[in-house]
Design a protein around this ligand. Structure first.
Ligand code: LLP
Length: 424
C-alpha cells in the first residue's frame, strides 16, 4: 500500500509499513549512517526549483537561492549547477557559495549589518548586487567602494509595510521590523545613493517575511514596490531589476501555500498589467526550495510514561531541530517502520537539559525504544540553524537520488567541537 498524502513532498511515501524517500527506505539510511541524520531528496529540491523556473520561462529572471535555509555545500552545488544565483547574508555564506561553484555576478548580498570587511570581500569577489538596508549602510558601502576604486552595484531594500500574516519572528515587512528602509524614506535614500560616486544604483528589493501561505501579501507588496519604482524613476534614476525576495511557505501541517508557479503566474500578470513585465526580476526563495525535501531521522532512546504526560526521548534535540523551541513550529513526526500496536499520546523530546527542548507535542505514536522516527519538512532552517549546545556534535547529512545515498556531511566529532579552543 502506498500512502502519497504525507505532508509536503511527493518524494516521501509509505509503502507497506516502511517510509521511503525517493526509492530509499529511511530505515536503511538510519542503519547505514547512524542517527540523528538529515536526508534530502535531490528530486524534491530540483522539482521545487523547476516550479519557479516554469513560472519564469521567457522572462529575464534570476532565482537567487536564499542559502540561509540550508547552506550545505552539496545542496548549493546542486542549485548552482541548475542555474541559480544565491542570496547571501555573510562572507561565510559568500565563501560557501563560491566553493560550491556559484557565479559571483549571480550573488546578491542582503542583511542589515554588513561589516566593512564583509563589504570589501564581497566587492573584491564581484558580487552582483548589495541589497542595502539603511541610509547609514549606503555611506559605508560608498566609502569602502571608493577605497577599492570600485562602484558598488546597489539595490535598496524597501520595507513596504505589508503584513505577511506569519509568525512574528519571521515577519519582516512591517514598520516595527529592523529590516529595510521605510517606504516613505525610500525615495530620499535613492536620491542619496544616486549622488554617491562609489555606488551604482541598479535595483530595488523587498522581502516581507517567511512561511507565507497566501498570495495577497505578495500582491500588496508588489504594488507598493512598483509605486516606488515609478517615483524613483521619475527622478531620472533607472532601476534595472526588481527583487521580490523570498518567503513562500511550505506544508508543515496541512498548510496550503500556493505553488510557486501559480503564485508567480499571478504576480507576473500584475507586473504586466502595471507595465513592468519586461523588467529583470530577481527572487530569493529559501524554504520553498528545500524545506519539504528533507527529513531528520532520530532514534527513540527511552519511553518515559508520566502522570501528566508521556515522553518519547529521542537522540535528536533542539540543537539539531531548533524550530519548535524557537517558533513553536510544527513538524510532522512518523515512525520510519510502522508498528501495529496501539498509539499513545506523548511529547517527543530531546536529551538537552531544557524544558524548551521538544520536537513535537501531544503526538500519537506507537513506538518502542530503538525505533527510528522521521521528523518531516526538515530541509530548511534546521541544519543551517543547528548548534553544538550541550556539546552535541552536529548531525550527518545525506543526499538521496533514487536508490543512491551519498554522505554530503560527516557527523561532527567531539574533537571538531574543541578544535579552536585552548587550555590555559
Ligand atoms: N531573502 C531575505 C532577505 C531573507 O531574510 C530571507 C529569510 C529569505 C530571502 C528567504 O526566505 P524564505 O523563502 O526561506 O522564507 N529561521 C526561520 C526563517 C527565517 C527567515 C529569514 N529570512 C524559520 O525557521 O522559520
Amino acid at each position: 500500500m502506498t500512502t502519497p498524502a504525507l505532508p509536503g513532498s511527493p518524494f516521501l511515501s509509505q509503502i507497506g509499513s516502511e517510509l521511503f524517500l525517493e526509492a530509499t527506505p529511511l530505515q536503511a539510511i538510519a542503519t547505514d549512517f547512524g542517527t540523528p541524520v538529515f536526508a534530502y531528496s535531490k528530486s524534491a529540491m530540483l522539482a521545487a526549483l523547476a516550479a519557479y523556473q516554469r513560472a519564469f520561462v521567457d522572462r529575464d529572471a534570476l532565482i537567487c537561492y536564499a542559502m540561509k535555509a540550508n547552506s550545505s555545500l552539496a545542496i548549493l552545488q546542486l542549485f548552482a549547477k541548475a542555474g541559480c544565483g544565491f542570496d547571501i547574508v555573510s562572507v561565510g555564506e559568500l565563501r560557501r557559495a563560491l566553493v560550491a561553484g556559484a557565479r559571483p555576478e549571480r550573488i546578491v548580498f542582503s542583511g542589515v549589518g554588513k561589516t566593512r570587511e564583509e563589504i570589501r570581500t564581497a566587492l573584491q569577489a564581484g558580487v552582483g548586487c548589495f541589497n542595502v538596508e539603511s541610509e547609514a549602510e549606503l555611506t559605508v558601502l560608498n566609502d569602502v567602494a571608493l577605497q577599492c576604486s570600485q562602484r558598488a552595484p546597489v539595490s535598496i531594500r524597501v520595507n513596504p509595510n505589508v503584513d505577511a500574516k506569519t509568525h512574528p519572528y519571521i515577519s519582516t515587512g512591517l514598520k516595527g521590523n529592523k529590516f529595510g528602509v521605510a517606504h516613505d524614506r525610500s525615495l530620499q535614500a535613492y536620491l542619496q545613493a544616486s549622488r554617491l560616486p562609489g555606488l551604482r544604483v541598479i535595483g530595488i528589493d523587498c522581502h516581507i517575511g517567511s512561511q507565507i501561505t497566501e498570495m495577497d501579501p505578495y500582491l500588496d507588496a508588489m504594488d507598493r514596490v512598483l509605486d516606488l519604482v515609478a517615483a524613483v524613476e521619475a527622478t531620472g534614476i533607472r532601476l534595472e531589476h526588481i527583487d521580490f525576495g523570498g518567503g513562500l511557505g511550505i506544508n508543515y501541517n496541512g498548510d496550503t501555500p500556493p505553488q510557486a508557479d501559480v503564485l508567480w503566474a499571478r504576480l507576473l500578470q500584475r507586473l504586466d498589467e502595471r507595465g513592468y513585465g519586461n523588467r529583470r526580476i530577481l527572487i530569493e526563495p529559501g524554504r520553498s526550495l528545500v524545506g519539504n525535501a528533507g527529513v531528520c531521522l532520530t532514534e527513540v532512546l527511552y519511553l518515559k510514561p508520566g502522570e501528566h504526560k508521556n515522553f518519547c526521548i529521542v537522540d535528536a534535540a533542539m540543537n539539531d531541530l531548533p524550530r519548535p523551541a524557537m517558533y513553536q513550529a510544527f513538524h510532522q513526526i512518523l515512525p520510519v517502520t510502522a508498528r501495529s500496536g496501539e498509539a499513545i499520546r506523548m511529547d517527543v523530546v530531546g536529551p538537552v537539559c531544557e524544558s524548551g527542548d521538544w520536537i513535537g507535542r501531544d503526538r500519537d505514536l506507537s513506538v518502542q525504544a530503538g525505533d527510528v522516527l522521521a521528523v518531516l519538512s526538515a530541509g530548511a532552517y534546521c541544519m543551517s540553524m543547528a548548534s553544538n549546545y550541550n556539546s552535541r556534535p552536529r548531525a550527518a547529512e545525506v543526499l538521496v537520488d533514487g536508490q543512491d545515498v551519498k554522505l554530503i556531511r560527516a557527523r561532527e566529532t567531539i574533537d571538531d567541537l574543541m578544535r579552536t579552543e585552548k587550555l590555559l
